[in-house]
Design a protein around this ligand. Structure first.
Ligand code: BGP
Length: 484
């Protein structure tokens, strides 16, 4: 019988990203990132909170780390804000920004918590967006390299595990939420740029992998990828084929670059046939082939996906993933569609969150086993969690049994994968404290710790332990054997 406990060295923690948690957007020398602008716009249009204060971790980091210690964390995955280190993207270093991350890392280490650092989480310095369009221009690769070299070198003595660029697959789907894209490129004729941005990110990823191996003794590095397993809607052969096509373009297109150093052929041919393929040089291909050495894959998994066949009969056009802004089930604005290749759809067999994300713990086991079998590289969970409306009761509690149920199911699935031989290094669910959602403000909450604020009013951002906090504490203390 399998041991009920997870391996001793398994890392238990949680995850956040800089612009979603830190706040202090213009403090101590930091200048704007594109997220400060994107979220200012979504405040004006949808009333969602801006990134200006977020969860104010910049001022609460000691309290937040103390709570992580209380839960028994052995890891914390967070990102560094490029424009806190280099306010203009390149050039002068902002020492106060550099000090902030040293202080955070020192606090973590003193609490016995291993930092897992992400170099880039959607927050390109606005100065580079204004200068040349940010990720729309190849110059970003060189500027990212100097930023990454500085950061890796600066923190190399304290940080062993590095992740590169957050969720390239999601950036392709939701390019306007993740990058500041000028209005004139949104006429439907410039969708090739989604894949061009991704290509520049692949180059930046490869360079960052080299830098970690060059600068950090014993350091390991991988990409944190938004990854969902994909099921066919039915067992009809054309739906199963559509599933394979979706797997190629939505998943293998990224992982093949990370581990084989080349683009997935079927996906690339589809993009070429539709004028969507990135422009690449021979040097680019050489860089990807010979330098893109990821040690592991970091998985951000929330929901599985479903695909069905879509005939190429002129009835539908190519489109990318829709979003649910209302937080009412069924109000998602659309599904990615590629006529003659596949169309994504809802899975009638799965319940969803209020934002239409399919809840599927089994999918976690499926994707871990599948990825490990295909690439034979360790995996680490850097995001997983349930976005939900939480209620703060009058006695100051948050009874989030729905979140406990979600996390329990996914942790059990990870254990089943480990028991079948998959190497999983750790579990860092989203998120340690409530924070700003990428598309739904602050009322869609993920944290183990409640942050008392609303979209309109940041109040004091007081921290309150949720029921899931105490439950996760017990899980960690029992090395994953007590999930009740
Ligand atoms: C991932 C991102 C995170 C995070 C999470 C939840 O895609 O890496 O930054 O926010 O999803 O998504 P959302 O905030 O849209 O609910």
């Amino acid at each position: 019988m399998a041991n009920r406990q997870f391996p001793d060295e398994f890392l238990w923690g949680a995850s956040t990203s800089a612009y979603q948690v830190e706040g202090a957007a213009y403090e101590d020398g930091k200048k704007a990132s594109q997220q400060d602008f994107i979220n200012k716009d979504s405040y004006e249009v949808f009333g969602f909170a801006t990134a200006e204060i977020a969860s104010d971790q910049y001022h609460h980091y000691k309290e937040d780390v103390a709570m992580m210690k209380e839960m028994g964390f052995t890891s914390y995955r967070f990102s560094i804000a490029w424009s806190r280190i280099f306010p203009d993207g390149i050039g002068e270093v902002n020492q106060k920004g550099v000090d902030y991350y040293h202080n955070l890392i020192n606090e973590l280490k003193a609490a016995g918590i291993e930092p897992i650092v992400t170099l880039y989480h959607y927050d390109c310095p606005m100065a580079l967006v204004e200068k040349y369009g940010g990720w729309l221009d190849r110059q970003i690769v060189a500027d990212f390299e100097q930023y990454a070299r500085f950061v890796i070198n600066e923190y190399k003595d304290d940080v062993r595990i590095w992740t590169t660029i957050n969720e390239q697959s999601i950036i392709v789907q939701y390019w306007t939420q993740k990058c500041y894209i000028p209005e004139e490129l949104l006429d439907g004729k410039h969708n090739q740029l989604r894949y061009q941005i991704n290509h520049y990110m692949n180059l930046a990823h490869a360079i960052a992998c080299d830098l970690v191996h060059e600068l950090v003794p014993g350091g390991i590095v991988g990409a944190p990828l938004g990854y969902s397993c994909i099921y066919p809607l039915t067992s009809a052969p054309e739906d199963v084929m559509a599933m394979q096509n979706a797997q190629a373009l939505r998943n293998d297109f990224y992982t093949d670059v990370y581990f084989k150093g080349e683009y997935n052929k079927g996906a690339m041919i589809y993009l070429q046939e539709h004028g969507l393929a990135p422009e690449m040089t021979d040097e680019d291909l050489e860089l990807l082939k010979n330098h893109s050495k990821s040690d592991f894959l970091a998985i951000n998994y929330y929901a599985s996906e479903c695909a069905k066949w879509c005939p190429d009969d002129g009835a539908k056009e190519i489109s990318w993933s829709g979003v649910n802004r209302s937080g009412k089930k069924g109000e998602i604005s659309g599904f990615e569609t590629h006529p003659g290749f596949y169309e994504m759809c809802a899975n009638p067999r799965l319940d969803t969150t209020d934002w239409d994300w399919a809840i599927d713990p089994q999918g976690m086991e499926y994707l871990l086993r599948d990825l490990y079998n295909r690439y034979n590289k360790p995996l680490i969970i850097t995001e997983n969690g349930l976005g939900a409306y939480d209620t703060l009761t009058e006695d100051g509690k948050v009874h989030d049994d729905y979140r406990i149920g979600y996390l329990r199911g996914h942790i059990a699935a990870i254990k089943r994968a480990i028991d079948k031989g998959v190497k999983v290094l750790g579990y860092n669910p989203w998120s340690s404290v409530d924070l700003l959602s990428t598309s739904n403000g602050v009322k869609k909450r993920y944290g183990l710790v409640y942050v008392d604020r609303t979209d309109d009013d940041p109040k004091e951002c007081k921290r309150i332990r949720k029921d899931s906090f105490y439950w996760y504490q017990k899980v960690i203390a029992s090395k994953g054997s007590d999930l009740d």
